[in-house]
Design a protein around this ligand. Structure first.
Ligand code: AMP
Length: 211
């Protein structure tokens, strides 16, 4: 399946979770711009230094920096078999920059959930330092507190998942990212999924959409 898919949605809507589940079933590559930034920050690279303050305060990394990084990543040979782009584009300008690369996009899947649920999910979210697996203290806790079921890594709460920063990220989503829904609707490649439901149900619909 050589499909190039964008996962669109507010923070906490489930983009990362469903991308990880989908990758287990389909031969697709999961490219998360947030994961790339967190890795670069951890490794103290030049890109990480440029992105650190934006990422930790819940702001957006400037469009040119993100768009260059994504264009480079998408030109690598492993992307030829299809990919899920999770967390990019996040502004209309980024969508235009992506279009300019000439990379074909087959579908944009919008994950929809209300703000109250998103805040609940974000502030209870914990993540593995090693493999980036997501858990949620309320909805999907690990078997052993603080330890990743998958790789045994340490679980932590992202700095930007504090209540204050989560609220400002959501506001930023509504202002900068939500207009992309109309942008891709016009291109007739937008599909919406209600992600406020139980994981299995969302996954069933997602698989139907993709096949
Ligand atoms: P995420 O893991 O998708 O929630 O992303 C974490 C953080 O990385 C965001 O809050 C931004 O600071 C940064 N980031 C990720 N993707 C983008 C993007 N497309 N444009 C700007 N900043 C981004």
């Amino acid at each position: 399946m050589k499909k190039n898919i964008i996962f669109l949605g507010a923070p906490g809507a489930g983009k990362g979770t469903f991308a990880a589940l989908l990758v287990e079933k389909k031969a697709l590559l999961h490219i998360s711009t947030g994961d790339i930034f967190r890795r670069e920050i951890k490794n103290g690279t030049e890109l990480g230094k440029k992105a650190k303050n934006y990422v930790e305060s819940g702001g957006l990394v400037p469009d040119e920096i993100v768009a260059d990084m994504v264009a480079k990543r998408l030109s690598e040979p492993d992307c030829k078999e299809g990919f899920i782009l999770d967390g990019f584009p996040r502004t209309l300008n980024q969508a235009e920059l992506l279009k300019k690369t000439g990379v074909r996009i087959d579908a944009v899947i919008s994950f929809d959930a209300n703000d109250d649920l998103l805040i609940k999910r974000l502030t209870a979210r914990i993540m593995c330092r090693q493999c980036n697996e997501n858990y949620n203290k309320l909805f999907s806790p690990p078997a052993k507190e603080g330890i990743c079921d998958k790789c045994g890594g340490e679980l932590y709460q992202r700095k930007d998942d504090s209540l204050e920063t989560a609220n400002s990220r959501l506001a930023l989503y509504h202002k900068e990212t939500a207009p992309l829904i109309d942008f891709y609707k016009k291109g007739k490649i937008l599909f919406s999924l209600n992600s406020a439901r139980e994981k299995g149900e969302v996954m069933k619909d997602l698989l139907k959409l993709i096949e």
